[in-house]
Design a protein around this ligand. Structure first.
Ligand SMILES: NC(=O)c1ccc[n+]([C@@H]2O[C@H](COP(=O)([O-])OP(=O)(O)OC[C@H]3O[C@@H](n4cnc5c(N)ncnc54)[C@H](OP(=O)(O)O)[C@@H]3O)[C@@H](O)[C@H]2O)c1
Length: 260
């Protein structure tokens, strides 16, 4: 983004910033002049210039505590938190395939990292009377796919409701809390998945892409979003230019959600 977002020197934590949407958010915030700490379980092959990295499993309470302490240690506090970490490893097969372990895995991956990190980092923001938190949710919370995403979608819906409640509590104290809800995003993992589906169906990459889009009921725009498009939206949302946005959800899904 060439427009000045007013983020020069802002101290930002981006979880899950080594791949996909998170890596694009790290890039966008760096470009806007922010000082960034990011996290993942795997140490990236090459250092990201100007970005501090903390290795941690955010699906655990210990991992969240390490990151919360680490970000304050490295940046002296935090002005912006972008919760990107999340995903799903649940098997297909509907409700019957989801035992307690699968349910808790999805909740520990998609809800609890935000709950734990916010609990640790919000007191500092409230003391300064400013800050922005973004929770990356998913259109699945409103458009679940019963064969394979029930637990993931329910965990994202829980994240969404938590985010709304938090926004009401802390907006009067100067902290904005916003949700960004992507539809299908063509990350490296998504490209690989489309490739696998294409191979299984004996078609080309475009055919694999169409299989995924059809499973969502179609994408009116005709393509998935790019990670950089989601990242630019997030960079705007955390900037002072979006200073009146709180407690709301920004959807970027190419029109996938079929209702108003
Ligand atoms: N891609 C989509 O189509 C889409 C659509 C809607 C919503 N979303 C949401 O957007 C977010 C990012 O998705 P993505 O597709 O960009 O993900 P991705 O490409 O799989 O990247 C996930 C990032 O998070 C890190 N990570 C994963 N689990 C972690 C854990 N337990 N502890 C610490 N770090 C962890 C990964 O690194 P390591 O593996 O090394 O830990 C990586 O840096 C997720 O919340 C997802 O639910 C994605």
């Amino acid at each position: 983004m060439s427009v000045d977002l007013g983020l020069e020197g802002a101290r930002a934590l981006v979880t899950g910033g080594t791949k996909g949407i998170g890596a694009a958010v790290v890039g966008a915030l760096r470009e806007a002049g922010a000082r960034v700490v990011t996290t993942a379980r795997t140490v990236p092959a090459g250092a990201i210039e100007g970005v501090h990295f903390i290795a941690a499993d955010l699906a655990t309470a210990e991992g969240c505590a390490d990151v919360a302490a680490g970000v304050v240690d490295r940046l002296g506090g935090v002005d912006v938190v972008v919760h990107v970490v999340g995903g799903s490893s649940a098997p297909g097969g509907g409700f019957a395939a989801l035992d307690d372990a699968e349910w808790f895995r999805e909740l520990n991956w998609n809800l609890m990292p935000a709950v734990r990190l916010d609990r640790a980092l919000l007191p500092g923001m409230i003391a300064r009377g400013s800050g922005v938190i973004v929770h990356v949710t998913s259109i699945q919370s409103r458009l679940p796919l019963p064969e394979s995403t029930t637990a993931y979608a329910a965990a994202k819906a829980a994240l969404s409701t938590y985010s709304k409640s938090l926004s009401k509590e802390v907006a009067p104290k100067g902290v904005r809390v916003v949700r960004v809800s992507p539809g299908w995003v063509e990350t490296e993992a998504a490209v690989a998945m489309a490739g696998r589906l294409a191979e299984q169906a004996g078609t080309d990459y475009e055919g694999g892409r169409k299989i995924i889009m059809d499973s969502l009921g179609g994408i009116p725009l005709g393509r998935p979003a790019r990670p950089a498009e989601i990242a630019d939206l997030i960079a705007f949302v955390v900037s002072p230019r979006a200073g009146a946005a709180t407690g709301t959800e920004f959807v970027m899904d190419g029109g996938t959600i079929p209702t108003v």
